[in-house]
Design a protein around this ligand. Structure first.
Ligand code: FES
Length: 281
């Protein structure tokens, strides 16, 4: 049953548990996700992201809806939702700001950034500012250690941050100024990002830069020194294929995408240390 606001009353589930009112579109899209997998219950993780995109958190009625659609218990859904830290049981602000305080980021300044932001925003860990704009959380390594210290906004990278740049970042977010990831697209809201994680693309995936010099430095050094992974004869195959076709194996035809990117970006690592930072910065 749908009311004038597009809200559907699902009534009692097969377990006699009331889901409450969920947007009809949410239920439609939850069902759609279940059809993407050979085993329907494999859909649970993206389904929970979709619940968060509509509800702002994993709600009890969202848990009941997932359980009902997958034919599993609410306790099983709840067990997953409380295991993974990306699922939130309390409302998240418009922007989730995660400060990496894992080892490398911590020693490079992540701890100082986190302390500065707690003071500046007047919130503790996993708390949201009074205006509902920013939720601050310290997060574990995001595999971006070559750009430490890293701050994530809705899981987009903000590389090589300082307490000062991170403060400007959250101010820009709260004031509604456009913010772009240092290695990704413009920052959308947390709910919009959750929808993408549920498998509904926003077509921003190719916006902004991807790999940067710090990540590609190892590849460049390997190429300069002729290093190759043991047992990897990919280059040999490329060379043989190129010889057969009369094409120089060193043209971009035979190169991996990352190598092409390195060349196309004109990455100049001269004067940089292994972390990709200029010596005088
Ligand atoms: S330690 Fe921060 S991204 Fe790895």
């Amino acid at each position: 049953m749908t009311d004038g606001n597009g809200v559907v009353s699902t009534g009692s589930t097969h377990r006699g548990v009331t889901e409450g009112d969920l947007p009809a579109q949410l239920l439609t899209e939850l069902r759609e996700i279940t059809t993407r997998y050979p085993q329907a219950r494999s859909a649970l993780l993206p389904m929970l992201h979709l619940v968060q995109s509509y509800e702002g958190r994993v709600t009890a009625r969202g848990i009941e809806a997932c359980a009902d659609l997958l034919g599993i218990t609410a306790a099983e859904v709840s067990g997953v939702a409380t295991f993974y830290t990306m699922y939130k049981r309390r409302p998240v602000g418009d922007y989730h700001v995660g400060v990496c305080t894992n080892t490398l980021c911590a020693v490079m300044g992540g701890d100082a950034i986190f302390e500065r932001l707690k003071d500046h925003l007047d919130v503790g860990n996993d708390e949201t500012t009074e205006d509902g704009k920013v939720t601050l959380e310290h997060v574990e390594c995001n595999a971006a250690c070559d750009y430490a210290p890293v701050v994530m906004v809705n899981w987009e990278f903000m590389d090589n941050q300082t307490p000062e740049s991170a403060t400007r970042l959250v101010d820009d977010l709260r004031e509604g100024r456009e913010v772009r990831s240092t290695r990704g697209p413009r920052i959308c809201t947390w709910r919009e990002a959750e929808r993408v994680l549920a498998g509904f693309p926003d077509d921003l995936a190719d916006e902004g830069p991807a790999g940067g010099p710090a990540s590609l430095l190892g590849l460049q050094i390997a190429r300069e020194r002729g290093w190759r992974a043991p047992g990897d004869d990919t280059r040999g195959a490329d060379t043989r294929a190129a010889q057969r076709s009369g094409v120089d194996a060193q043209t971009s035809m035979g190169r991996a995408p990352a190598e092409k990117h390195l060349e196309e970006s004109g990455a100049d690592t001269a004067g940089e240390d292994a972390g990709g930072k200029k010596e005088d910065s």
